[in-house]
Design a protein around this ligand. Structure first.
Ligand code: AHR
Length: 501
């Protein structure tokens, strides 16, 4: 029997709510149709934002939203997205399907969406094809409260008060779509561009994010950290608050990644191995960061993560629209457990992407909307937001039969907030349920107040617009608690969450 020991007396860090962040790009039907339908739409909306989607997103407590990209960010001209919507300049979205972008969703609309969601704002600036001046003026436009050319322009466009920009990304994937730069070149550009991302509101300084590595490119992390930290004042901390990392779970070669809803057992295990690789990635990038920033002042921002499969048949290949099954639920459960356990360095993470793109939490079709299995996992895990990570250890768990043979069958994380302990577990096995005993080291008697499970009869199951609730979180009852320990039977291919008082 597997054993999970929860050490209630050892707090290992705080799980920032931002670990449960999201990413929305001008890509396919994420922004348009998915989030923004315009005031004149027949789909119920508030100031153009579709109400059904906003309500579903509020339920999982979206803490922060990243926008406008992605690759799109390094082509985005913010001035084209302000002012009278009918007169806004159009552009070609070269990265994503070559479609015409009419810029009807711009800065004001993004800020309105975040207001409705009640979440923090993460704006990604343009380094690849934009100037320092453009970036600097965008920040002035959004955040300067006094009189200036940019703040006056904002007022002319109908917004008197400055907004709060919580996070600002200085470029996106500048090793690739953001300008094909070398790490040393980018790092020097970063030092320059970030200088002009001014803190106009001293009570709320913008957190600056430097572009980090593509997955296992440890050289990028090393050179960017080195270049930003060298010959800079100690208190400047490399001029950054966070460094990003992008990693997608792609099972196999790019051309072999396969369909989202049809996969063999081997593909399942390969997907689990690839998701679990996040553990090694974080550990190794953190080790490099520790060399330059031993006090762990700079956070890691995994601001793009999720599954990447073939697009749904018949859809635009540039729109990255994919379905989401029990396999995605497991990837979400595994990844979020790993992120929680690295919360002393990881301060933000953003699933890609929020609606209708890649591992979306919501899918839409016209006026219809569904919550994916990933949405249900985010709903289970939301109680970790802002919690104290407790030391927890799993023993007597076998490894999975996946390709690398080093992926454990179970993953877990445990946190405590307001006297309630949240335990989340994922069983990766396709065939074996796992008897597990949870033991608490403290003296307090414990009782389970809520238990839920996400799984399904067939791991290929997914939600459709006709049957939107095939895979969802339901009550989990297969456990016995005696005050000191909880014995439970974790079904194969499941994500379980317990709330314990
Ligand atoms: O999320 C889709 C794309 O993946 C993003 O635009 C880019 O940053 C990454 O390569």
């Amino acid at each position: 029997m597997a054993k999970l020991t929860v050490n209630e007396n050892k707090v290992c860090g705080t799980i920032e709510p931002e670990l449960y962040g999201h990413f929305s790009e001008h890509l396919g039907r994420c922004i348009y149709e998915g989030l923004f339908v315009g005031e004149d739409s027949d789909i119920p909306n508030v100031n153009g934002m579709r109400s059904d989607v906003v309500e579903a997103l509020k339920e999982i407590r979206v803490p922060v939203l990243r926008w406008p990209g992605g690759c799109f960010a390094d082509e985005y001209q913010w001035r084209d997205g302000i002012g009278d919507r009918k007169k806004r300049k159009k552009m070609v979205n070269t990265h994503w399907g070559g479609v015409t972008e009419d810029n009807s969703f711009g800065t004001h609309e993004f800020m309105e969406l975040c207001r409705q969601l009640g979440c923090k704002t993460y704006i990604n600036g343009n380094v690849g094809s934009g100037t320092v001046q453009e970036m600097s003026e965008w920040v002035e436009y959004m955040t300067f409260g006094g009189q200036s050319p940019m703040s006056d322009l904002r007022r002319q466009n109908g917004h008197e008060e400055p907004w709060t920009v919580d996070y600002f990304g200085v470029g996106n994937e500048n090793w690739g779509c953001g300008g094909n730069m070398t790490p040393a070149y980018y790092a020097n550009e970063y030092r320059r561009y970030q200088t002009y991302v001014r803190h106009y509101d001293n009570a709320h300084p913008i957190k600056k994010i430097a572009c980090g590595a593509n997955a296992a490119d440890y050289h990028w992390t090393d050179i960017v950290m080195k270049t930003c930290f060298e010959e800079s004042p100690k208190e400047a901390h490399g001029f950054m608050d966070l460094l990003s990392l992008h990693y997608y779970t792609v099972p196999g070669e790019w051309s072999q990644k396969g369909a989202a809803t049809e996969y063999s057992d081997d593909k399942w295990y390969l997907t689990m191995d690839k998701a679990y690789f996040m553990e090694e990635l974080l550990t190794r990038h953190e080790t490099i960061m520790d060399r330059y920033d031993p006090d762990r002042i700079v956070g890691l921002s995994v601001d793009e993560w999720g599954t990447w499969f073939d697009v749904e048949p018949g859809t635009n290949p540039g729109f990255l629209y994919q379905q989401s099954t029990v396999r995605d639920a497991l990837v979400a459960g595994i990844t979020l457990n790993i992120l929680n356990k690295h919360c002393d360095r990881v301060k933000m993470a953003n699933i890609a992407q929020m609606v209708n793109v890649l591992q979306a939490v919501i899918l839409t079709d016209g006026d219809k909307m569904l919550k994916t299995p990933t949405w249900h996992v985010f709903n289970q895990y939301k109680h970790h937001q802002g919690g104290k990570l407790l030391e927890s250890t799993l023993t007597d768990v076998g490894t999975e039969k996946g390709a690398g043979e080093k992926t454990p069958k179970l993953t877990e994380s445990v946190s405590e907030k307001d006297g309630i302990i949240t335990i989340t577990l994922s069983n990766l096995s396709l065939s074996d349920s796992e008897s597990t005993e949870i033991v608490f080291t403290g003296d307090q008697k414990r009782e389970v107040t809520e238990a839920t499970i996400v799984t399904s009869k067939d791991v290929h199951d997914h939600n459709t617009f006709d049957q939107p609730e095939t895979v969802k979180a339901v009550a989990f009852t297969d456990y016995k608690a005696d005050g000191r320990s909880i014995r439970l039977n974790l079904p194969a291919a499941s994500v379980v969450a317990l709330r314990v008082k």
